[in-house]
Design a protein around this ligand. Sequence first.
Ligand SMILES: *Cc1c(COP(=O)(O)O)cnc(C)c1O
Length: 323
Amino acid sequence: MHVLKPKKSHNIEVLHPLLNRKAIRLFIKREDMLHPHISGNKYRKLFYNLLEAKRLGHNKILTFGGVFSNHIAATAAAGSEFGFETIGVIRGDEWKGRLDELGKENPTIRFARAQGMKLYFIDRKTYREEKDKPAFIARLQQKFGEFYLVPQGGTNELAVKGTEKILSEEDVNFDYVTCAVGTGGTIAGIINSSFSHQEILGFPALKENFLHDEINHYAHKNNWTLIRDYHMGGFAKINPELIRFINDFYHRTGIPLDAVYTGKMLFGLFDMIKKGYFPKGTQILAIHTGGLQGNDGINIRLKKKGEDMLEIPSFYSSGIVPG
Ligand SMILES: *Cc1c(COP(=O)(O)O)cnc(C)c1O
């Protein structure tokens, strides 16, 4: 078993003709490289939660997510690495009782199981309406015994304490910090540790509009803006233009992006740069929150449809990660 250690990732500069033309400097903080399979912000969000679970004497973590969820994959990996049993309560019961079949076509699920995660499927309505209610949690406790609960997407106070570690003193010279937004826990931590002269731009990966309250709940400053124009139709929706952008970005820079979060964020950022949103001389730090495991599932979808695929090395068959 390994010990949870605080970590720091490095910034690398992106070289691109558009940035030259607009006299803008863009750096990427490679949080995707924090850990080989507990990706980026999920490592940050789990960090203090796992310490707290240990402190409280728990040996079991229960959490929620969809069948391709980065958070499910990360929790499963963190459990096996740091010595917890894990239970994933999964949205959608169409795969109930057909786990082997699902594993054949879904690398996230295959990985979670290989890490020892126990999977429990619930229908979408229960997932949406019940999963945060005490009565439902009590039923889960009867079924699985005592556990430490991590909410869907991993966001709570301790998660935000973790994401506050993404920025450091060395990032003081940036004018803008950008990140992808799901539940808002990551951007909240970034806002809290940002400098007051910095503007934080969040790019929601979802169409839904509940984010302002959630971010305000955890964030102590208001130097932030949500850019809502680049979710591309909703969560995990993709299109050929996005796939082309991610492939082009990878071939130019060597930096792999995921198609659900970081790809849309950088697509949006480049579009804003093109349209002159930022003055000459602006220095931008984009946070690479990870999520690369999701690309394998995206490529399976694209292949089935006969569309152009992501030209990024497979996460799960790279040999680093057991499938
Ligand atoms: C989960 C995730 C996010 C969203 O983080 P929130 O804290 O839920 O806003 C962003 N990027 C990646 C790669 C993720 O996996």
